[in-house]
Write a protein that binds this ligand. Structure first.
Ligand code: ITT
Length: 202
């Protein structure tokens, strides 16, 4: 089964290859090289569907997309869907610094509870349902806390400051296989893998 991956984030592509490759036999993931749509949805699910719809319309093939981010309770859920540009740039290190300084401004006893979220969308223009392409979206949540300082060289984005519940190290200090077994992306795309497997078997 050939599926277009509607992301321009190379780290996501790597993780998706590992997560989906192990679960969907015969899956061929193709890079999306078309224009990026405006991500103006008000949720991870809405934005994942916007990206998958654009790639499906452009390619005529089933397309999957990931919209994800970190939400910090004490910051009212920020940066949430704005995670990629929280500091005003796409720079991961600048985004991490900005998040740490926003939390520091709340004082040393601020609640550091946070969660990663990932919406995994599939849009398949080869099957129409009520006149529109088939589409579905799955959500994965990874609970944890924001660390006092960055640690670790693995992963990407906010991984160096995310302490997953149950671990004493950040998600940048565990292996790629460990992260891909328990992350928000693993949960969302494991659920989507079941949908892809069922469709590939038809
Ligand atoms: P595409 O829209 O092209 O897929 P993007 O990087 O712009 O790529 P998002 O809008 O979904 O994607 O933003 C996700 C941001 O959230 C990402 O840039 C990271 O800063 C952060 N993020 C998401 N998943 C993460 C993870 O597993 N580890 C660390 N940070 C993550």
């Amino acid at each position: 089964m050939r599926v277009v991956v509607a992301t321009h984030n190379a780290h996501k592509v790597q993780e998706l290859q590992r997560i989906l490759g192990a679960r969907v036999p015969g899956l061929e993931l193709l890079a999306y090289d078309g224009p990026a749509p405006e991500e103006d949805g008000d949720s991870f699910a809405a934005n994942a569907l916007i990206k998958a719809r654009a790639a499906a319309a452009h390619s005529g093939l089933p397309a999957i997309a990931d919209d994800s981010g970190i939400s910090v309770d004490a910051l009212g859920g920020a940066p949430g869907i704005h995670s990629a540009y929280y500091s005003g740039t796409r720079d991961d290190a600048a985004n991490v610094r900005h998040l740490l300084s926003e939390l520091a401004a709340l004082g040393s006893d601020a609640d550091r509870t946070a969660q990663f979220a990932c919406a995994a969308a599939l849009v398949d223009p080869t099957e129409t349902v009520d006149g529109a392409p088939f589409e579905t979206v799955e959500l994965g949540i990874w609970p944890g806390r924001v660390a006092a300082e960055a640690a670790g060289g693995g992963g990407f984005g906010y991984d160096p400051i995310f302490l997953p519940d149950g671990l004493t190290v950040t998600s940048a200090e565990i292996t790629a296989d460990e992260k891909n077994a328990i992350s928000h992306r693993a949960l969302a795309f494991a659920a989507l893998a079941a949908v892809l497997r069922e469709r590939a078997a038809r």
